[in-house]
Design a protein around this ligand. Sequence first.
Ligand code: GTQ
Length: 373
Amino acid sequence: MVKVHDAFRESVAGRADVADTPQLLAYYDELERLDTGALWTVANKIEPWQPQSASVPVLWRYRDLRAHVLRSIDLVTPEKAGRRVIYLNNPGRRDVAAAVGWLYSGLQVMHPGEAASAHAHSASALRFIMEGTGAYTVVDGHKMTLGANDFVLTPNGTWHEHGVGAEGTTCIWQDGLDIPLINALEAGFYVVHPDLSQAVTHAVDDATATWGGVALRPHDVAWQKNYSPLFKYEWGPTYEALLKRASVSDGSPFDGILMHYVNPVTGGPVMPTIGASMQLLRPGEHTKAHRHTGSFLYQVAKGRGFSVVNGQRFDWQERDIFCVPSWMFHEHANLSATEDACLFCFSDLPVMHSLGLYREEALAENAGHQPVG
Ligand code: GTQ
């Protein structure tokens, strides 16, 4: 079969627009034998005018997933599986096991009395608790107790392990990691802890007690690392902060009341590669559509509503998860007239900001986009 090289031609000044000829095709074959190629045959493809996400918008309904997640308890042990997780596999990103863009996510389930072995890796991770009691995470000797809608960090390089105390109930949480990004950068290392578990060397929940003050920072504790020392962000104060903000502000027309979880030392994102936020949509609120760079994974922490992503409507309720791929228009709506709705979200926004790649655009009123819903 004859190879076609001019499929990406564009007749626009400054873009590649070279027609195939027998002479050129022979030339391209010679270049290929030398492990090279003519840029103009690929230029328009490798430098698109704007981001072309390979990810597709997806809604993962918890009511569809939950029974399958629980079934894994009878099928594999955490000892054998390493971690008992059902991961979210975006149809456009199966080759890299990403939920969206360069972000991985999965639902992990653990029985009372179970624990997963301690390990460390180059990927940065977070967990958002969906259901159950008695869950805990240990990060570098700091033990954090976890309840529904709590969010906990296990940053790059830290020893971490997860479990559910014998007195607890079956727990399900969402894991979020930058595994695909770290693999794309070919920078991933993985180590299993020599003892398979680590000693708890600090008082339980000491990170929250030390760094979780209301805009107060301890005088006598230093922190030099590039991630937040406040490993756990509890739902109670998070929700309270959203309600307080909503009492004095309408927030953003595109995002409602959107608050970023921050590193209390710097005011910056919780980890260098993954940021997280919680967003409140007031009863009946419907945000305006916009798009920006970055890949986003949402979990519905509270309420019900819908989001329109790239023109497609996704109706969601508590615990559902959906993604917004880079540069796709999106808007969110709270369908309740009386209750607020809250969306937890994690993303690669810190990467976009630190590399100078963040761009944002509102949907033009006259863009001919059909509002949905
Ligand atoms: O607990 O660090 O869902 O390394 C996938 C890979 C969780 C973890 C996952 C991991 C982890």
